[in-house]
Design a protein around this ligand. Structure first.
Ligand code: G4P
Length: 538
């Protein structure tokens, strides 16, 4: 185990992701956090749509054209002496597997919910992924300055739809045009929302009253609303459980905050809770043992590969989450999968599009390694130990296309391009066992456009995607090799291999999948697949 300096570095780090349905306000909140972290000094730099100021995370042309965030970016900033690693996720509904996988690299998640819309589809999907690791969740209910649902109904929805117990930390005073502010249940303070005084550069957009019983409150928000608030809070405080850090850290209880990201109202409370309750870097499981951040030797895993961050260099960057030890410039690391030692002389940290060369980094940090085609998602780096981190899976795609070439002579390049793109996690590729088709699988439809564009620009291949009769896929395994053999024989029309030669069932309908699942009870149909490398097969 390490010295007290290392312990200090750990205790002052928080690594989290913000997840939400598009338009709930994730970008606006990110921007306000960066303002608090003094990384930016005016609003409107991170946020932006279409041809307006475009997002700091918009690296790819396709993103700029459509004004959306296709890629994931990492931002590091300091708030009240705590170093925050904020991992941003693609914000459009055409999000990708990256969005899912980034959730495996964080220790905590901030869920943003639009107060008018409640829990939306994409939020639910992402929260389901956080459940794989029981990641603690902090909830922010946004846009209270607009007409909203009753706050109690939103909390009910959270409890029902995502089976997460809620404990409100702040409570809104009305909404929309009548939005007056919040009551901070823990601090027992009222914060009034001062709409008219809001300016982009103003950090704190609130006025504090000392208590619920303060007569100034009656004057300011009206006696009727003040009394209603007092009654409502009586009920709320009795109905909802008190904040319990253990349950929060187990991922079964979420503290809930209300506010307006646009009005920069409530974000400071959120950030404070994140640094006080959010866990410092957590341990991770490897295939042989748990690895703790306090350990002396460096370990880390790759959860994302980003191509073309710098178009001039056409490079690929591997995003490595440090699990233990310390990165120091020039250190020798073992690339476990390929069993080679490498010297890392130029790792860097990120601020959206900007990269900064670094000398040191600690658990919880995300650092970038240059990747010359040897690094794959899920790879582990260590200072010698042959371990592989688990829990960075592939997720079954949700949409499928057949890809074919305009010029059939370029099949070899197509395979090469698709293999590389699938190693980066940009797309999944399947080879049906009965024919020579190539099937692509993605989580969001935009991934197909990105792949076609990249094949054109990077591999000089003109390819087209077309609809295919596949609705969902499941990886196949069984303890009994004979079962696999007979399953394969009887269902070959629906079976394919992925790029790691794992067998996958490509179902044309949900009914079809249900039927085969009931017919073959000793076959396991997996929604996710861990990368199984040769290290596990030694
Ligand atoms: P996202 O990253 O989750 O997709 O959402 P984003 O922050 O881009 O916000 C989506 C829209 O909602 C933006 O408006 C943004 O200004 C608005 N918004 C965010 N938070 C609040 C809030 O607290 N109150 C209100 N009233 N609006 C909020 P837009 O018109 O789509 O974009 P823009 O013209 O403002 O850039």
């Amino acid at each position: 185990m390490f010295n007290s300096n290392h312990e200090q570095e750990l205790s002052k780090r928080r690594t989290f992701a913000i997840i939400s349905h598009p338009d709930a306000g994730k970008t606006t909140i990110t921007e306000k956090m960066l303002l608090f972290g003094k990384v930016i000094h005016t609003s409107g730099i991170v946020k932006g749509r279409g041809n307006k100021k475009y997002a700091k995370s918009d690296w790819m042309d396709i993103e700029k054209k459509r004004g959306i965030s296709v890629t994931t970016s990492v931002m590091q900033f300091i708030y009240k002496n705590v170093l925050i690693n904020l991992l941003d996720t693609p914000g459009h509904q055409d999000f990708s597997e990256d969005t899912y996988r980034i959730l495996t690299a964080v220790d905590c998640c901030l869920v943003v919910i639009d107060a008018a819309k409640g829990i939306e589809e994409q939020t639910k999907k992402l929260i389901d992924v956080t459940r794989m690791h029981n990641t603690p969740i902090i909830t922010f209910i946004n846009k209270l300055d607009r007409d909203s649902q009753e706050p109690i109904n939103i909390l009910d929805e959270i409890e029902k739809k995502i089976q997460l117990n809620c404990t409100p930390v702040t409570w809104p005073i009305s909404c929309g045009k009548n939005f007056k502010g919040i009551y901070h249940i823990h601090k027992k303070l009222i914060y009034l929302y001062k709409k008219k005084t809001f300016e982009n550069k103003c950090l704190l957009n609130s006025q504090v009253f000392y208590s619920l019983s303060d007569v100034l409150l009656d004057n300011d928000i009206g006696i009727e609303l003040a009394n209603h608030l007092r009654e409502e809070l009586d009920l709320i405080i009795n109905v909802y459980p008190e904040f319990d850090k253990k349950n929060f850290l187990k991922g079964v209880l979420t503290p809930v905050f209300f506010g307006s990201a646009l009005g920069n109202f409530g974000i400071d409370h959120l950030l404070t809770s994140l640094i006080t309750w959010g866990p410092s870097p957590l341990s991770r499981k490897s295939h042989t043992r748990k690895v703790y951040p306090q350990e002396k030797k460096f370990t880390g895993f790759v959860f994302k590969i980003q191509a073309n961050m710098d178009l001039k260099h056409r490079d690929r960057i591997a995003f490595v989450r440090i699990v233990s030890g310390q990165y120091t410039k020039g250190m020798r690391l073992r690339h476990v999968r390929i069993k080679k030692n490498i010297i890392v002389s130029d790792a860097f940290s990120f601020l959206a599009g900007d990269r900064l060369s670094i000398d040191k980094a600690y658990p919880g940090d995300v650092i970038g390694f240059h990747n010359h085609g040897t690094i794959k998602i899920g790879d582990t780096f260590t200072e010698g130990e042959d371990i592989k981190f688990i829990g960075i899976p592939s997720f079954a795609p949700e949409i499928y296309r057949r890809i074919f070439l305009k010029n059939p002579l370029k099949q070899k390049q197509l395979i090469k391009g698709l293999t590389q793109l699938s190693e980066e996690g940009a797309i999944q590729v399947f080879r049906p066992i009965n024919n020579n088709n190539l099937i692509l699988g993605a989580i969001g439809i935009l991934q197909f456009d990105v792949v076609i564009e990249r094949l054109k620009i990077e591999y000089h291949i003109d390819a087209i995607c077309e609809q295919v009769n596949i609705i969902l896929a499941r990886w196949i395994r069984s303890k009994n090799p004979c079962s696999i053999y007979s399953f394969k024989k009887n269902n070959s029309a629906y079976l394919a291999y992925d790029t790691s030669n794992s067998l996958i069932y490509l179902a044309p309908t949900i009914a079809n999948l249900n039927i085969v699942m009931s017919e073959y009870s000793d076959i396991i149909f997996d929604k996710t697949r861990e990368q199984v490398d040769n290290i596990l097969k030694r």
